[in-house]
Write a protein of this length. Sequence first.
Length: 315
Amino acid sequence: MGIRLGVIMDPIETIKPVKDSTLAMLLAAQRRGWELMYMTQADLAIRQGEALGRMAPLRVMDDGSRWFERGEPQWRPLAELDVILMRKDPPVDDQFIATTQILDLAERDGVCVVNRPQALRDCNEKLFATHFADVCPPLIVSRDMDALRAFHAEHGDVICKPLDGMGGASIFRVKADGDNLGVILETLTAHGRRQMMMQAFIPEIREGDKRILMIRGEPVPYALARLPAQGEHRGNLAAGGRGEGRPLSDRDREIAARVGPELVRRGILFAGLDVIGDWLTEVNVTSPTCIRELDAQFGLDIAGQLMDEIEKEVV
């Protein structure tokens, strides 16, 4: 019997097919003869303790102008699926948390959920990196203005981040002169009501913010260095950065070896490590990207590797 795979994602008509990692995963699953079912967060429900999904049969194509065909959706138990890919982009808001709690019931009923719902709740992509402090740059997480100002005074040149952003949104660099520090802290902490991260600036960002993809705790042998656009300090592709593939360095492998066992322990089958210079800055577990760019540059099949690992979980 073939594997039935469901995907929960942002509306498929809005993706950029040439670079979308979820599409790469779906194409890899379809090549294996797996049956695909499409859902968004709005298509999930619980009735009498059973997790349900309004599932639409899906066929995907590697075509930039026409990349999917979707059938008529029907409400069915999620337990009819073998695998669910949870690929909803951040933010990890109340609705995202509710989705993971519905997926808890599917997991209870024997469905393999990638990544595990508990891990998606527990592993904030910026805070989770702090579990590996020995490979992280100097940083502070706080909402206390005095503590944040003291960290800036100590390090002089810092990056300020919200804890729930993605794609480089609302990331600020503050140099030694402290220009606009007050308003940035007020904005990111909502006047002291929520935590933010402040991190020492890493000059090696000029050489790229590297994305290292991890499959069952092991790194893909190439990273995508996302190079900032002119006048930018953010390498994120969504912020105009340019992706350049590179073999992993010895330090990259050291960081991957440090993080990998914990990913496996938590049931995180697919993750993306963000590394600038010699330092880990984020551990992405919600919806890591960069599959298609690395595949194109190095002739890889990263999504195929992931499907091989998923198949081991369900067969």
